[in-house]
Design a protein around this ligand. Structure first.
Ligand SMILES: Cc1ncc(COP(=O)(O)OP(=O)(O)O)c(N)n1
Ligand SMILES: Cc1ncsc1CCOP(=O)(O)O
Ligand SMILES: [Mg+2]
Length: 211
């Protein structure tokens, strides 16, 4: 897939998160987000054991196929392979990018979190298909995310590298436009979508700001 086509398909990631879903189950949340325009569901479950993660993943695999959306697994390359996900996402404390790429192969998408120029360079050299850049703004959904980095890194990276930049951290309908203007090909969202009372409407509101 070309980077341009990939960028289109990666425009709106919704990350699952039990803590912020108001007690609604993951499939209900994901279905509502897909109905509102999510193009990627990232399975992100910090509590489930491996067996449950695979079960959740298989259900999300069927659902994302129904909507023609991508499924990315957070942290776990083995689970991504087991459920035939479209790809996996690793951060700076997860599997190193080179090893992740080796295990995942070249047919699946590999996303890597970066918060600095150096991390971005290493991620690109290691074969990342997209970069998760953040936290752009303050976030409630990741306690160890560190201080917000603002828009400067997006502006620096956009002219340097071809893999799409996906902005994450505190993204809402109100700041989506400025994030895109700064160079983000797409955005990744937790609370502004999964914590919304009407998930589909919240996703639609954000989706509209992307174009
Ligand atoms: C698209 C995207 N970008 C960044 C992250 C964060 O990954 P990581 O730093 O490994 O943190 P956790 O999500 O694992 O808590 C992401 N998941 N997705
Ligand atoms: C997983 C992650 N990585 C950096 S910030 C963040 C949390 C994003 O959640 P929210 O969209 O609610 O700020
Ligand atoms: Mg991680």
């Amino acid at each position: 897939m070309s980077f341009e086509r990939l960028a289109e398909r990666l425009i709106l990631h919704v990350l699952t998160d039990r803590d912020w879903s108001r007690g609604r189950d993951m499939l209900t949340v994901a279905r509502a987000a897909l109905a509102g325009g999510a193009t990627v569901i990232q399975l992100r479950d910090k509590y489930a054991n491996t067996r449950d993660l695979v079960t959740e993943g298989l259900a999300l695999r069927a659902l994302t196929k129904e909507y023609g959306a991508l499924l990315i697994v957070n942290d776990r390359i083995d689970v991504a392979l087991a459920i035939d996900a479209d790809g996996a996402h690793v951060g700076q404390e997860d599997m190193p990018v080179g090893s992740a790429r080796q295990l995942l192969g070249h047919e699946r998408i590999l996303g890597v979190s970066v918060g600095s120029l150096d991390e971005a360079r290493l991620a690109v050299e290691g074969g990342a298909d997209y970069l998760g850049v953040g936290p752009i703004y303050a976030t409630r959904a990741k306690a160890d995310a560190g201080a917000p980095i603002g828009l400067a890194l997006l502006r620096e990276l956009a002219p340097l590298y071809t893999p799409p930049l996906i902005a994450i951290g505190g993204i809402t309908a109100a700041n989506t436009h400025e994030v895109r203007q700064a160079g983000a090909a797409g955005i990744a969202v937790i609370t502004a979508i999964v914590n919304a009372e009407d998930i589909t409407a919240a996703t639609q509101d954000i989706f509209k700001q992307l174009y």
